[in-house]
Design a binder for this molecule. Sequence first.
Ligand code: ATP
Ligand code: FE2
Length: 328
Amino acid sequence: MICLGIEGTAHTISIGIVEKVNNRCNILANISKMYKPEKGGIHPREAANHHVKFFPKVLRESIEKSEVNINDIDLVSFSIGPGLGPCLRTAATAARTLALSLKKPIVGVNHCIAHLEIGRALTKCEDPVLLYVSGGNTQVIAFMEGKYRVFGETLDIGIGNCLDKFGREIGLPFPSGPHIEKLAKKGKKYISLPYSVKGMDVAFSGILTACLHLLKKEKIEDICYSLQETCFCMLAEVAERAMAHTEKEEILLGGGVACNKRLQEIIRKMANERKAKFYCPPNEYLVDNGAMIAWTGLLMHESGIRMKLEETKVRQNYRTDEVEIKWR
Ligand code: ATP
Ligand code: FE2
């Protein structure tokens, strides 16, 4: 079976084409185009316009790369939520149009679960705790009693959003995460910041405010270093607690912030100390990508899940634990 998946929850429009061969995920194409705001944060309508503009090109390139005939596609999947309304609706409209014109079934995929499923498919992990860290999302997810459940999450902004907002204030380009990572490497002094773990949850806006207050007093490299160390240790703490609670022995990373080498190092160390295994897919599949939507759509379809066109309405606040999991 070949599935074409469309991702479009936020700033990235991406199309993945995947095939299941010998029970494994074979990625035939994964083509992405990212919207970068000229100034300020993401404007949902502008991001959606960007997706409309680039969809035909991304589609053409993905078909060419995959070397499949478009008529050989068996299934169309798309990111149904959670995400920004205008962006979600754009991806959904494109998916419906494609499914109708190809006369193929359509299935809407939960974006957060797709991050986890692509990680399971591309690494050797089987039943991990996922630390999902992106711009808009920060969640600790694991499979338990028939569902993917959220064991901890941010109480305010996503970790990536915190990094991007700080970066914007100090004049770094968007997305700022990779630039902050570079600056942090040169930092030497740890400046105490409001470490905020509340039970299984984390919060970042207090840390962001504290960092902004330090701007004229401390070196930028030291602030970036302290920002990363504080936020990443908080994430390690809640991820570790979820592993202890669920008695799982694998930790998997997902989301764009997981590209950060220092975060990977901290989480790997935590896993080693508990004799657990650490997994992290390649960067291309950590950030938002169409392949993860295609693969999860394929798993859903094979497990018997079907959606009528009327059921493909987007769900901006789609919760991870609302999803019916038939494929595990
Ligand atoms: P979602 O819709 O799931 O919230 P997203 O739209 O934020 O995802 P992603 O591609 O998963 O998209 O993640 C983008 C985020 O990752 C940005 O906030 C960016 O700053 C951050 N990021 C990317 N690379 C790094 C890095 N090396 N270090 C830290 N953060 C990074
Ligand atoms: Fe994402």
